[in-house]
Ligand binder design. Structure first.
Ligand code: ADP
Length: 189
């Protein structure tokens, strides 16, 4: 199964992606995690990436696209993958479709986890206060990340709706409830 998880920061994409990755035995590819591991390596690339992350801005498309193309070409993606946090811009979505065409692969679904803004901000702040260790989980950066999402990523919803791949799941409730909604919405895929 090849799937994209779409949704604002704090919607629970990462949590659900881990569960789906176990259920379907396919890799969970989180571009946020790829970025954070670049930062913790303290390389010059990592230092550059850290500035974008800490300000709640997106890392430039060229850089992210290259890392994702390399990751998707690895053998463990042959049976499928869950993309979490990518694509995040229309340019990234265009690049993804080129990458998949080259690999002769097709997406099965784009799953949007939807949640109201006030709940999102509360969740991110709580995650930061509980020690997520993420320097971008502050109230200020959360608001910035949400506005970046609305401006740059939300347009992808319309983009994937027109390809008939989009499925929308309500992100409010317990982890298990959301997991259940996702399983039902994916059905026989
Ligand atoms: P969240 O969904 O909570 O914002 P992520 O872990 O997905 O968290 O992303 C954290 C940060 O990593 C983003 O704010 C952004 O700076 C960077 N990032 C992740 N994915 C991308 C991407 N596809 N394009 C550009 N920047 C990205």
């Amino acid at each position: 199964m090849r799937i994209i998880l779409l949704g604002p920061p704090g919607a629970g994409k990462g949590t659900q992606a881990i569960l789906m990755s176990q259920k379907y035995s396919i890799p969970h590819i989180s571009t946020g995690e790829i970025m954070r591991s670049a930062v913790s390596s303290n390389s010059s690339l990592g230092k550059e990436v850290k500035q974008y992350l800490d300000q709640g801005n997106l890392v430039p498309d060229d850089l992210v696209n290259k890392l994702v193309a390399e990751r998707l070409a690895q053998a463990d993606c042959n049976n499928g993958f869950i993309l979490d946090g990518f694509p995040r811009t229309v340019a990234q979505a265009d690049e993804l479709s080129l990458i998949l065409d080259k690999l002769k692969l097709k997406l099965d679904a784009v799953l949007q986890i939807s949640l109201a803004q006030d709940v999102l901000i509360e969740r991110i702040q709580k995650r930061g206060a509980m020690g997520s260790g993420r320097t971008d989980d502050t109230a200020e950066t959360a608001i910035k990340r949400l506005s970046v999402y609305m401006e740059k990523t939300a347009p992808l919803i319309g983009h994937y709706k027109s390809t008939n791949l989009l499925k929308v799941v309500d992100g409010l409730g317990t982890i298990e409830q959301v997991q259940d909604r996702i399983s039902k919405s994916l059905g026989n895929i």
